[in-house]
Ligand binder design. Sequence first.
Ligand SMILES: [Fe+2]
Ligand SMILES: [Fe+2]
Length: 406
Amino acid sequence: MRIALFGGSFDPVHYGHIELIRDSLGSGTCDIVIVIPTVNNSFKRGRILIPAPYRYYMTRQVISDTFKENVFVSDVEFGFEGISYTVNTVRKVVSDSFIIPFLMKNGISGEAAAERHQFFWLCGSDILPTFDKWYKPEEILSYVALLVAKRAGDDTDIYEQGARLKSLFGCDIATFEMSGVDQASSEIKMEGAYDKLPGVVQEFIATHDIYNTVKALDHCSDEACMKFYDHAVKLYPYLSGKRLLHTLNVGLLSAKLAHDHGEDCDKALIAGTLHDCAKELPMDEQKKMAKAVCGDLFVDDKLLHSPAGAYMARTMFGIDDKEILDAITYHTTGRGGATILDKIVYLADKIEPSRTYTDLTEMRRLAPSDLDASLKLCVLSVADKFKRKGRAIHPVTLDFMSDLGL
Ligand SMILES: [Fe+2]
Ligand SMILES: [Fe+2]
């Protein structure tokens, strides 16, 4: 098969990306496109891009909504340490140990998946003038040929650039005409013109309110931001998509609320981000971890992930700050004598943008100005849910409620 690899930041995915994929398939130069969102953990890029899990899940949603076959999204870069260079991605993807199971998982027959494939790197012509400055261009071109989209009104001389690269690296360049619209992620973000994006992308952005909430990072230190981007990738194998995006939303909202209430934004960012890190571990593991943190204080299965999360945050994410670990331990229950950080993480967990379990309008309105007032509404709503389900409220929550005057 002829397989085109299409790497990019996809921050956000736009019609230009969709049309590029559609036209490459329509041109008959490739049979399959594998879309690869860059994970790139480099800190500088981190300040510019939203964290990789948002970009990956946004891309998956729009691709599965747009293409019924022959276009797949890969999470291959989540397995890389540090900066993900194209050469590492390509080397991995073209290997039999990766590509055969990947294609079979995406519905390609074992026989077709095991064929000897021809690989392309799918790109716009704008990369040609600088391609030789990429990291290890020669090695990249030993795995893939370039498949270049020629856009209408494109002023890059593809043939001249192609001849230049050919003389440098002896590589092949295939081209195809791109008929569809062109867009640029940077312009869309700068103008806030999200209504020009595919409907599924608009919905994703609105659900997580991501281009607004990410501004909370402006209040955090460089070191905390770096950890946040790092944790977002490190959490990927441990949590389902929905839960991972929830935890990142909680991290960002916690940082924002910490700024609103004069609390430490860095601690709030990290505590919020890791609060549910243990939630999808097997229950026996959660039990052991929880016991190590607070003995038999919590025995209800639904509460174990909180202290287990503190254990995991300490042992796997290197967090040793007691305030952060306590905020994780008590994020489900609250506690008597709760700190502002405890309250922020508790509340952010219940009202982050993707939450829809009840009408959260008033809690969200109050949260930036009156933390306790918002928290009271939140705790009452949780207590009410417990009552309806016939579940007992934990004694530490009763202490929490009493402190709030409930
Ligand atoms: Fe939780
Ligand atoms: Fe949560």
